[in-house]
Design a protein around this ligand. Structure first.
Ligand code: TYD
Length: 208
């Protein structure tokens, strides 16, 4: 769908498992709301029909690669239509924990063509105004998952995550902002919020 035409702002946080996306999404949401913005925080996979199938499959590895990619895309189509676009239309900051770059990186790492996945998603999903990539060595990500008492799921094997990370790192977009996710959470939050305001202000002075 390319750049969206809506008054809202699409802020996406991506990264491998254990990179701190959810923590940052929470911290950044608080900050932006403190700045009097209306923020809709949301995540993928969603809690809808397809999202549930995907969550189950993460535990069992039941879906074929093609089925899995299709399910992520169907989940996203619903999410775009029912949640993301309406919130952008009403002028909200949509703050996302994972988006189609995860499909490109994860299903790309499993063997589908990353470029094709990117194009398919860009056909219907609005591109972010700002995409934050929390970059982390998968060994550290897996250690964090273990330390918080969670079990790594099907998607979270170290060698797979190395490929996932490489695909994330190969993304080349003007709206991409990459951060070293070994930094303390507050430092990361400050960098994200600073970059958000820089892009936000630029948009105000140069309307689409
Ligand atoms: P995750 O963000 O860990 O969800 P939760 O915290 O609710 O368990 O996502 C679950 C897994 O799904 C994660 O390992 C990455 C994977 N994933 C994909 O493989 N492709 C995608 O398009 C998305 C959105 C997620």
């Amino acid at each position: 769908m390319a750049k969206h035409p809506f008054p809202g702002f699409l802020l996406v946080i991506e990264g491998i498992d254990g990179s701190g996306k959810t923590t940052q999404a929470q911290l950044v949401q608080k900050r932006l709301q403190g700045g009097k913005l209306s923020v809709a925080r949301t995540k993928e996979p969603t809690t809808g029909y397809w999202g549930q199938i995907l969550r189950d499959s993460a535990l069992t590895g039941r879906l074929s690669l093609e089925e899995e990619a299709e399910a992520f895309i169907k989940d996203r189509r619903e999410h775009v239509e029912n949640v993301i676009n309406p919130a952008l239309k009403s002028g909200k900051v949509v703050l996302m924990d994972r988006y189609y770059f995860s499909t490109v990186a994860y299903q790309g790492a499993r063997g589908l063509d990353a470029g094709t996945l990117l194009r398919r998603n860009e056909e219907f999903a609005p591109e972010p105004d700002l995409l934050v990539l929390l970059d982390l060595d998968p060994k550290l990500g897996l250690k964090r998952i273990k330390d918080r008492g969670d079990k790594a799921n099907y998607f979270e094997k170290a060698c797979a995550l190395r490929k996932v990370r490489d695909i994330f790192l190969s993304l080349d977009k003007p709206y991409l902002y990459r951060l070293d996710a070994t930094q303390p959470p507050e430092a990361l939050r400050e960098s994200i919020v600073r970059q958000f305001w820089a892009v936000f202000d630029r948009r105000l002075t140069r309307p689409r």
